[in-house]
Design a protein around this ligand. Sequence first.
Ligand code: ADP
Ligand code: ASP
Ligand code: MG
Length: 451
Amino acid sequence: MKVLKFGGTSVGSVDSIKTVIEILENNIAKGEQIAVVFSAMGGVTNRLIEIGKMAAAGNAEYMEFLKVVEERHFVVVRGMINVKNQSSTFAAVRGLFNELGDILKGVSWIRELSERTLDLIMSFGERLSTLVISEILKSRGVAAEFCDARNLIHTNATYGMGDVDFEITNKQILEYFAKRSALQCVTGFIASTGDGITTTLGRGGSDYTASIIGAALDASVIEIWTDVDGMMTADPRKVANAFTIPSISYAEAMELSHFGAKVIYPPSLQPAFAKNITLKVLNTFNTDFIGTFVQKAADKKDYAITGISSIDEIALVNIQGSGMIGVAGISGRLFTALSENNISVILISQASSEHSICFSIDPKNAIKAREVLEKEFSHEISLGYIDGISIEKNLSIIAIVGEGMKKSTGVSGKLFSVLGKNGINVVATAQGSSELNISVVISKSDLSKAL
Ligand code: ADP
Ligand code: ASP
Ligand code: MG
């Protein structure tokens, strides 16, 4: 069994869907047993979020925006299914849009958009793209079946990024697939709680869906089909001379993706890694290209560094004070308080003087982080043991990643000197003892130059 996943751009237009169908039919012709996961059509998830927010704000214009999204799906049906088979697909698509329209009407009445409702609204993106493509396949004589991943993947009720319950999920996937012979077209990104409430796996989560299913079924390979030539040394949209990394380890891929390489969603690496299944990152728009193999051990490379990632926008939180020196448990309390409030930490740096700890977070969590920490350390702040919590914004992170760094000296020297020579100030830095990653925090205005 091989699991394929096609991202938003790959299913974003009639032309690209034609290529997707070709890739699938080639696999079938070769006698491969496959399952396929689809993202929403490119841009649709963002649009649905916008539409939900408009409805919640009482802006009736959301209906026009919804019509545009509907039309994008109709264009695909018209372009890919012959006239005599179109009507049932049109009816099914219309049915989903009616359902979504009702939900949005509810949102606009109560003027409230909870995370839970937003997950439900977003789920329509993958349900629609997958429905349409499964119907296209059927109209071409392929024995295909729409599979709603909400029936297979179960998460807790953390809306926006559900935590997968692998015990039940794996069992459900195995039971489901054991009874099916048709090609399963699976909705990426979406899941549900045990009591049937729709959840999502986090933005970019369709990669995760593919990995969860591939791992549960002991797939021979998981193919992530996207819009670039595999995992590259840097984001090709930001660095013109970035080039493909032919072979990369799970650990390196995890570091690169955690630090901004959105070509693969970081949690997706874990299920594949646990089962030692090769992940291939391939380009739908350059199908002959070999792409990237993500495996336990990567082939030897010519360079100490495998790739460079960046996160455009972070906030740096600094907590300092003389009362922190030598006091056990401060960082334990700090990170527990953040985690209890769902604030995830991107990078941590503490000097051995223990006078200060600084860490970076998503700027949208900055206000909450300050509140949480001022509450947690109110006693220490009132006694003057901790000076207070400062937050700096308009910063970015650059990370250089590579297993080759373990064996070579002078990599960090080179990094800092090249930044220094170019007048780029380093605000904070972190290197894990695994020596897989050196990260530096710099001003956002220096990011493209630094890259
Ligand atoms: P999909 O919809 O196929 O999942 P995404 O937009 O989520 O595609 O991810 C692909 C994008 O990731 C690319 O278009 C590219 O701009 C971006 N990207 C960022 N860093 C990297 C990298 N190191 N290698 C390749 N792509 C990268
Ligand atoms: N459609 C979802 C998103 O835009 C999931 C994905 O594309 O992987 O985040
Ligand atoms: Mg993606």
